[in-house]
Structures are given as C-alpha cells and as structure tokens.
Design a protein around this ligand. Structure first.
Ligand code: HEC
Ligand code: HEC
Ligand code: HEC
Ligand code: HEC
Ligand code: HEC
Ligand code: HEC
Ligand code: HEC
Ligand code: HEC
Ligand code: HEC
Ligand code: HEC
Length: 323
C-alpha cells in the first residue's frame, strides 16, 4: 500500500506537470491519457470547484500511467446529456451517476444505491467485497461513498485515526462505548474498526473479519488460544461471555466486576455469596469450599486472588490456581 501511494503521488505530480506545461494535452479530449480523457469534464470542473475535485489525482485513482485507472466517466457514466448542457430549457441534466445519499448542491437526486455501488464494483468486486451483496450495509442502502471519500487526497477509511469518526456518524452507541475507561486503543489510532469488522460484508456474524467472535479476538490475542490442560469452558465458547469489545467502565473490558462476573455462572459453593465453611487445603477465602473469610472474594482481584489464570492454565496443580 505504501508503494502504491508513492506511485500515486508521483503519477499525480507528473500528471499536473504535464497539464501545466502543455496546454495541448489539457484541452484535447482525444488524448489517450487520463488527463486527456478527463478534459471532457475538467474543462468545467476544475480547481475553482468548492469541493476539491482534482485532488483525486493524488490518490490511487490518479495513477495516470496505470491502464486500470478510472476516468471521470468510468464512475459518473458517459453523461452525454450533462456535457451537452441545457438543450431543452429544463436546466442541465444530471450526470448519469450521482453518488451519496443527499441531493448535490446543484439539486441533483442521488442515483439508486444499486447503480452507485455497481459503478465501483465493476472494478472492485473481489477481495474484501466478496460478501457485499446481502451484507448488513448493502441491505441498509449504505453506499460506498457513505464511507469512502474518493475526491480527497486522504480517504478516511484508509487512515486508522480518521476511520472511526465516519462510522460513528451512524453508530452513536459505539462512539459512547469507546469513550469508556477500558477500551481498545482506537482513539490513539493504533487500531481501527476494520481490525475486527469487514464493513463490506462477512461470512461471520456482525460483519466480523472471522467466522466467530473468538476467532476474531484470537487474531491478536493468540496467547488466549487453547488447548490448555485446564480449560475454562466459557473462554473457548465466546470471549464476549465476559468481555465487551468496544468499551467498559470496568477494566480489562469486562462486562461486570468480579466476583459478580463469576457469580453469573457459578452458584452453589463457588458463589461469592455462599456461606463460608470448611477450608479447602487450608486455603482461606472463597465461598464454602475455600472457607474462612469471605473477603478474599471481595477484595483485590476477588476470585482471581486464587484463580489466577482465568483463561485456562497448564499448571499441574489444577483448576487454574497458579501461573
Ligand atoms: C459545460 C460545462 C460542464 C461539463 C463539460 C460538465 N459539467 Fe458537470 N456540472 C456543470 C454545472 C454547471 C453543474 C452544476 C453545479 C455546479 O455549479 O457545479 C454541474 C454539476 C455536476 C455534478 C454535481 C455537482 C454538485 O455539486 O451538485 C457532477 C457530479 C458533475 N457535474 C459531474 C460531471 C462529469 C463527470 C462530467 C464529465 C462527464 C461533467 N460534469 C461535465 C457543468 C459541466
Ligand atoms: C472512482 C470513481 C470516481 C471518479 C474516477 C470520479 N468521481 Fe467524481 N465523485 C465520485 C464520488 C463517489 C463522489 C461523491 C463525493 C465523494 O466521495 O468525494 C463524486 C463527486 C463528484 C462531484 C460532486 C462534488 C461533491 O462532493 O458533491 C463532482 C463535480 C465530480 N465528482 C466530478 C468528477 C470529475 C470532473 C471527475 C474526473 C476528474 C470525477 N468526478 C471522477 C466518484 C468518482
Ligand atoms: C475503472 C476501474 C475503477 C473504478 C470504476 C473504481 N475504482 Fe477504485 N481503484 C481502481 C484502481 C486501478 C485502484 C488502484 C489500484 C488498487 O488499489 O487496486 C483503485 C483504488 C481504490 C481504493 C484505494 C485502495 C488503496 O489501497 O489505497 C479505494 C478505496 C477505491 N479504489 C474505491 C473505489 C470506489 C468507492 C469507487 C466508486 C465510487 C471506485 N473505487 C471505482 C479502479 C477503479
Ligand atoms: C461502512 C463503510 C464502508 C463502505 C460502505 C464501503 N467501504 Fe470500502 N473500505 C472501508 C474500510 C474501513 C476500508 C479499510 C479496510 C481495511 O483496512 O481492512 C475499506 C477499504 C476499501 C478498499 C481498499 C482495500 C481493498 O480492498 O483493496 C476498496 C477498494 C474499497 N474499500 C472499495 C469499496 C467499494 C467498491 C464499496 C461499495 C461497494 C465500499 N468500499 C464500501 C469501509 C467501507
Ligand atoms: C451511512 C451510515 C453508516 C455508516 C457510515 C456506517 N454504518 Fe454500519 N450500519 C449502518 C446500517 C444502516 C446498518 C444496518 C442496520 C443496523 O444493523 O443498524 C449497519 C450495520 C453495521 C454492523 C452490523 C450490525 C449487525 O447487527 O449485524 C456493523 C458491525 C457496522 N455497521 C459497522 C460499521 C463500521 C465499522 C463502519 C465504519 C467503517 C460503519 N458501520 C459505517 C449504517 C452505517
Ligand atoms: C476488538 C474488536 C472490535 C473493534 C475494534 C470494533 N468492534 Fe464492533 N463489534 C465487535 C464484536 C465482537 C461485536 C459483536 C458482539 C457485540 O455486539 O458485543 C461487534 C458489534 C458491533 C456492532 C453491532 C452492535 C449490535 O448491537 O449488534 C456495531 C454497529 C459495531 N460493532 C461497530 C463498530 C465500530 C463503529 C467500530 C469502530 C469504532 C467497532 N465496532 C470496532 C468487535 C469489535
Ligand atoms: C487487531 C488486534 C486486536 C484484536 C482483533 C483484538 N484486540 Fe484486544 N487488544 C488489542 C490491543 C492492541 C490492546 C491494547 C493492549 C495494550 O494496551 O497493551 C488490546 C487490549 C485488550 C484487552 C485489555 C483491555 C484493558 O483495558 O486492559 C482485552 C480484555 C481485549 N483486548 C479483549 C479483546 C477481545 C474480547 C477481542 C475480540 C472481540 C479482541 N480483544 C480483539 C488488539 C486487538
Ligand atoms: C470467564 C470470563 C472470561 C472469558 C470468557 C474471557 N476472559 Fe479475558 N479476562 C477475564 C478477566 C476476569 C480478566 C482480567 C484478568 C486479570 O485482571 O488478571 C481478563 C483479561 C483479559 C485480557 C487482558 C489481560 C491479559 O490477560 O492479557 C485480555 C487481552 C483478554 N482477557 C482476552 C480474552 C480473549 C481473547 C478471550 C476469548 C478467547 C477472553 N479474554 C475470554 C475474563 C474472561
Ligand atoms: C459464562 C459463564 C461463566 C463465567 C462468567 C465464569 N465461569 Fe467459570 N466455569 C464456567 C463453566 C461452564 C465451567 C465448567 C463447568 C464447571 O466446572 O462448573 C467453569 C469452570 C470454572 C472453574 C473450574 C475449572 C476446572 O478445571 O475444573 C473455575 C475455577 C472457574 N470456572 C472460575 C471462574 C472465575 C474465577 C470466574 C470469574 C472471573 C468465572 N469462572 C466465570 C462458566 C463460567
Ligand atoms: C482463597 C482462594 C480462593 C478464592 C478466593 C476462590 N476460590 Fe474457587 N477454589 C479454590 C480452591 C482451593 C478450589 C479447589 C481447587 C481444586 O479442587 O483443584 C476452588 C475450586 C473452585 C471451583 C471448582 C473447581 C472444580 O474442580 O470443581 C470453582 C468453579 C471455583 N473455585 C470458583 C470460584 C469463584 C467463582 C470464586 C469467586 C466467587 C472463587 N472460586 C474464589 C480457591 C479459591
């Protein structure tokens, strides 16, 4: 990707240089270069636009030397009527494809979502977009340009620190969650939503990059993957039995605070509310089994005062009591 960008910038620089030094290329619509092809539109849509149209030449879509690079018309359609102008006294007809969800400043209606996405998918059907059709975003009429900004030098989708803000525009709940005390380092720009989600569609639930929540988590937290001598069943089942992915006010992204977290599944003698009784192996604390003071459950690391390796352990002494 780095290499692609360098090439793109070079290409853009060359493209601009060519356009400036040689007015012939800029004006000639038959020139078989990107800049030449685009002149059909850029003779009107130039640097004077309020939105930065020509900044596209500084993106991968501006690599003029690459034969696969789209021209204005690959995306917006031939737009013959629009180019011809107001021939019927009803105003200039819209270009064939208008992107986005809102009317343009000129009052043109956005094209049907399927028309908009097809204009991009002609070149981008493969790879990450294999599951686009039928995905939550496709069914919700979200279009490529709701997320991507193709006319700007920096598409926020491809810049980790900028990406979440665009998603938050529609996903307010996740914005609130990521401001909690314990979160993934999204605000720091070390991660982005797309480290866990493929917003284009996925074969797993909730647009996750892998087929299950746990597989998604293990792409980075591989040390939590078993098999362990002493497994903790809910860890193998689903990390979200105990964690929440976006943010929590309890540290380590926990859904609730131990011992209450543990109590949700462990009743009887292992519940923190159990009356204390005989000590196990002389160990003080815990419920009835561990015996003694109930405080070991409530203080410090609660149940983890003793059950240190909550994700499972290989200790020969059993039941993830030790490192
Ligand atoms: C003869 C001049 C002319 C040509 C050539 C032309 N346009 Fe336009 N275009 C306009 C005008 C005038 C508008 C009205 C909005 C404005 O003021 O920019 C417009 C509006 C648009 C809009 C909506 C923008 C908005 O802000 O509402 C798009 C998209 C667009 N043109 C794309 C194209 C494309 C793609 C081409 C080449 C196929 C093209 N235009 C060729 C004059 C032209
Ligand atoms: C890769 C596809 C693609 C290409 C190539 C492309 N456009 Fe666009 N154009 C879009 C999308 C998508 C939008 C919606 C705004 C955005 O994403 O930046 C847009 C918006 C516009 C607008 C409206 C400005 C706005 O933000 O509402 C104009 C005018 C325009 N394009 C003209 C052109 C011209 C002129 C060219 C050729 C130099 C061109 N486009 C090349 C996809 C493309
Ligand atoms: C005519 C073919 C074509 C069309 C149409 C097209 N693209 Fe592209 N796109 C390319 C090429 C070629 C590249 C640069 C090489 C690559 O990354 O595969 C590219 C690159 C990109 C990238 C950047 C990839 C990167 O790694 O930096 C994004 C994002 C993108 N396109 C989105 C879109 C969107 C959104 C549309 C529709 C509005 C669209 N494209 C329409 C051919 C096209
Ligand atoms: C909900 C937001 C969203 C929508 C909608 C969306 N994208 Fe993306 N796109 C992203 C994000 C985020 C990335 C960065 C992915 C990554 O880094 O793994 C991306 C990356 C890309 C790339 C570059 C990476 C690659 O696959 O080579 C292309 C090309 C692309 N998108 C095309 C499209 C097209 C075409 C559409 C419409 C059919 C579309 N996107 C719709 C968010 C979106
Ligand atoms: C234009 C609004 C919009 C933007 C921008 C947007 N989304 Fe969405 N998103 C939706 C809609 C609509 C749905 C489908 C309805 C729903 O589940 O809320 C959806 C669904 C989802 C889902 C699946 C929810 C489920 O229940 O299966 C995830 C995950 C998601 N979006 C993540 C993202 C990410 C990550 C980004 C940014 C890269 C993003 N979205 C950008 C509108 C948007
Ligand atoms: C560490 C991985 C991870 C990151 C990073 C992440 N998510 Fe998620 N997201 C998940 C998991 C796992 C789920 C499904 C379980 C759940 O809802 O708690 C999910 C669910 C969702 C849902 C659906 C919620 C629902 O109620 O169904 C949306 C929307 C969403 N994420 C948006 C985002 C956005 C936007 C970002 C970036 C700000 C983001 N996510 C970052 C892992 C992640
Ligand atoms: C793309 C890599 C990546 C993925 C995927 C990922 N994480 Fe993380 N996780 C991180 C990073 C980076 C940190 C921060 C580590 C640090 O600060 O030392 C972290 C921290 C954590 C923490 C500790 C938080 C704290 O406040 O101490 C927990 C718990 C966690 N992740 C659980 C999960 C779960 C559950 C999933 C799956 C839904 C998941 N992670 C997916 C990279 C990832
Ligand atoms: C039974 C509840 C439970 C389940 C299920 C669970 N965790 Fe944890 N996790 C915890 C607790 C409790 C802590 C805090 C541990 C501590 O303070 O020593 C924690 C801490 C973490 C941490 C940060 C500290 C560290 O040990 O690195 C990460 C990362 C983490 N968990 C990832 C995961 C992943 C990935 C999964 C799924 C494979 C998972 N957890 C499943 C309870 C659980
Ligand atoms: C989502 C439910 C769930 C949660 C939450 C949970 N556990 Fe468990 N735990 C289980 C299940 C199921 C087993 C296996 C059956 C059994 O022994 O009861 C288990 C087994 C155990 C074992 C015995 C392991 C063995 O090898 O025999 C210990 C110790 C344990 N859990 C401690 C904890 C602690 C400490 C917490 C809180 C940090 C916790 N559990 C949270 C469901 C849960
Ligand atoms: C003071 C230490 C201590 C504390 C605190 C403690 N335990 Fe234990 N726990 C033990 C010991 C010792 C055993 C017996 C281990 C064995 O038999 O291998 C045990 C056994 C268990 C077992 C059953 C393991 C099996 O093999 O059947 C579970 C489940 C369990 N504890 C859950 C909890 C929960 C939940 C908490 C917090 C509410 C907790 N423990 C607090 C020491 C403690």
């Amino acid at each position: 990707m780095k290499r692609g960008r360098t090439v793109a910038l070079l290409g853009a620089a060359l493209g601009f240089a060519a356009a400036m030094c040689s007015p012939a290329i800029q004006a000639d619509e038959t020139t078989p270069t990107r800049v030449g092809q685009d002149a059909v539109c850029t003779r009107c849509h130039d640097e004077s636009e309020t939105k930065p149209i020509l900044a596209m030449y500084q993106t991968p879509h501006g690599v003029t030397a690459d034969g696969r690079t789209p021209s204005c018309q690959s995306c917006h359609g031939a737009s013959a009527g629009h180019v011809a102008g107001d021939t019927e006294g009803k105003g200039r007809p819209a270009p064939d494809v208008i992107f986005g969800s809102k009317h343009t400043p000129a009052g043109y209606q956005p094209s049907d979502p399927l028309v908009q996405t097809e204009a991009c998918l002609t070149c981008h059907k493969e790879g990450l977009r294999t599951h686009w059709s039928g995905s939550q975003h496709q069914l919700g009429d979200v279009v490529c340009s709701n997320c991507h900004t193709v006319h700007a030098a920096n598409d926020p989708m491809l810049v980790k620190i900028l990406q979440p803000e665009v998603c938050f525009g529609c996903h307010k709940e996740q914005r609130a969650q990521t401001k909690h005390i314990s979160t993934h380092p999204l605000d720091a720009g070390k991660m982005a939503c797309s480290d866990c989600h493929n917003p284009h569609g996925s074969s797993g639930p909730k647009l996750l990059v892998k087929n299950t929540v746990t597989e998604t988590c293990l792409t980075c937290h591989a040390e939590k993957r078993g098999p362990f001598l002493w497994e903790h069943q809910p860890v193998n089942e689903d990390c979200t039995n105990c964690h929440t992915p976006h943010g929590s006010n309890i540290s380590a992204l926990l859904k609730s605070r131990p011992p209450f977290l543990c109590d949700e599944c462990h009743d009887g003698p292992h519940n923190s509310q159990a009356p204390y009784g005989t000590a196990v192996g002389g160990i003080q604390g815990g419920g009835a089994l561990a015996g003694g003071s109930p405080n070991s459950n409530a203080v410090g690391r609660a149940c983890m005062n003793c059950h240190v390796m909550v994700h499972g352990s290989n200790s020969p002494t059993g039941a993830f009591l030790h490192h």
